[in-house]
Design a protein around this ligand. Sequence first.
Ligand SMILES: [Zn+2]
Length: 679
Amino acid sequence: MSANPLLEDLSLPQFDRIAVPDIEPTVDRLLAEIRQTTDQLLANEDPSWERTLRPIEDLDDRLNRAWSPVSHLHNVADNEALRAAYNACLPRLTAYATEKYQNEALYQTCRRVRDGSEYARIGTAERKIVDNALRDFRLSGIELALNERQRFKQVKQELSRLQTKFEENLLDATHAWKKLITDASALTGLPETAQALARHTAERESKDGWMLTLEFPSYRPVMAYCANAALREELYTAYVTRASEQGPHAGRWDNSAVMDEILRLRAELAQLLGFKSFVEYSLATKMAKSPQQVLDFLGDLVRRAKPVAERELEELRAFAAQRHGVNTLQAWDIAYYSERLREEKYAISQEELRPYFPVPQVLHGLFAVAHRLYGVRVAARENTDVWHPDVRFFSITDERGELRALFYLDLYARPHKRGGAWMDECVSRRCRPDGTVQTPVAYLNCNFTPPVGADPVLLTHDEVLTLFHEFGHGLHHMLTTVDRPSVAGINGVAWDAVELPSQIMENWCWEQEALNLLGRHFRTGAALEPSLFARLRAARNFQSGMQMVRQLEFALFDIRLHMEHNPAAGRTVQAVIHDVRREVAVLQPPDFNRFQHGFAHIFAGGYAASYYSYKWAEVLSADAYSKFEECGILDAATGREFLQCILEPGGSRDAMDLFISFRGREPNVGALLRHSGIT
Ligand SMILES: [Zn+2]
């Protein structure tokens, strides 16, 4: 046994043996070895999948297996030394990933494999890996002439600088505004948790009273609960003018020029690569095939959702007028009166449901649903090395009793663990050179309130949804039957399709039949009463039309902006958002609203020309789930079809082909609209 657990070929990480001082030198050594071996493999006169590309893929898997536990510990059990080691390694790993797609010899090898006779003989997964690689090489500019490649690099660097600048302006503008309240009556209606946060913020600045800020946990409760309309107006105005030429800090951190420059450079980048627009460039890696397809998709949803949103707004207006004597609803009144209406209509709180969702029962129900659908059995395994006593470890075996996967379940919040819920890969499924299969392993992480005393932890219904969602990602990773890591499970799956297996799992949390398995009162064992269940279902679709048109407004603005932006011809950012709102929105915001100056999703990062993905994935999961509604929500045959058509092939085939193989046709929006109460 070697002294370094990161380099051993073990089926599971040895968390307790990882020595932080070893991390950096190990990663360096590994990267050097991988670079050297890659060069040797690429020097082969007669390259092939078997002799060249497959061994290179194995090298990447080795790197991933070494890095995964380090990156995971950084996420869930951080400390200063570990963070320093992690931060030292990260740029080196990023550099390695970037240089891969600048590697001319690797590119030529991929081309020779694709054009050679071996290509027809290798499997579907192997062909997909070669095709994906050639696509990514092209998107990295490797096919450009030398001077163009130079420009491509400059544009990329400039874009990354400007996107960071956008985010910094937004952060600075957000932090610059605050308001001290010294009279408690100004905060009437604000929940105790939000008041405590405001008191705490004031204390931190050695002030008496309540400090309100534009951070979401402070902003959102004021808008939804504070009876004081003047205060809501003041916060709203500051919030929607952040980083713009409007509002209390007009011009201080103005993103206007940054946005124009980002859009101009993105268009140039796309053009260099031969795309008509940045939208086409973005869609090159997506399930959606063309800008028109996305526009039609969003337009269709707008047509169906807008009349419903208009009716909901009318209801809200009537409610505000009749019950509160407010005859004109301003932008800063919408959230407030919506909350009042919600309380009156449904009278349901997350707290009321908690006693029905003790963790052991929820896990029992979750695993029972997976068993009914996919035939798998989930069983706890003791005595596995974990990073915290609360972490549990499970195995998944299939109908033939074969071990398919293993996973760690880390449910509770604690210091030094990052927030939110997520699934991460620990080990990917892979066929080793000796023919044996490397069992996939997943990390499932949530941030639920930790156990206190002897009572089981009780979850809210929202938390149950979160757990099902992440477990869905986990099943995608773990139940794959693809033997090549680059396209096994979630790997290689298009961005706008990867949420299908996770979102579909949420549906079972809204069904009485499934809730009977996972929702039982922790003291009495009673199932959810029908009246409580009915209220839960009804509240699910409160203002779903208004919410949907708002999301559609963002998505259409994102796509159209990346196609139409041309300030010289009058197509400014403001002009595009104005046009989109006229078409889509049921509520026109005030003229000073500069929402776009804070739209970090598309200007600072990953969702540029991709914001539609949220709705796209919802359509896929709702439409796929509707097959269960037709055949029985726990129907084993339909479950096995989903397993074989979607989960097992993972990223080895085109997402649309997989969807069609399951559903028998292309996705349509009907089921999502029906589930949202919009028909
Ligand atoms: Zn997800």
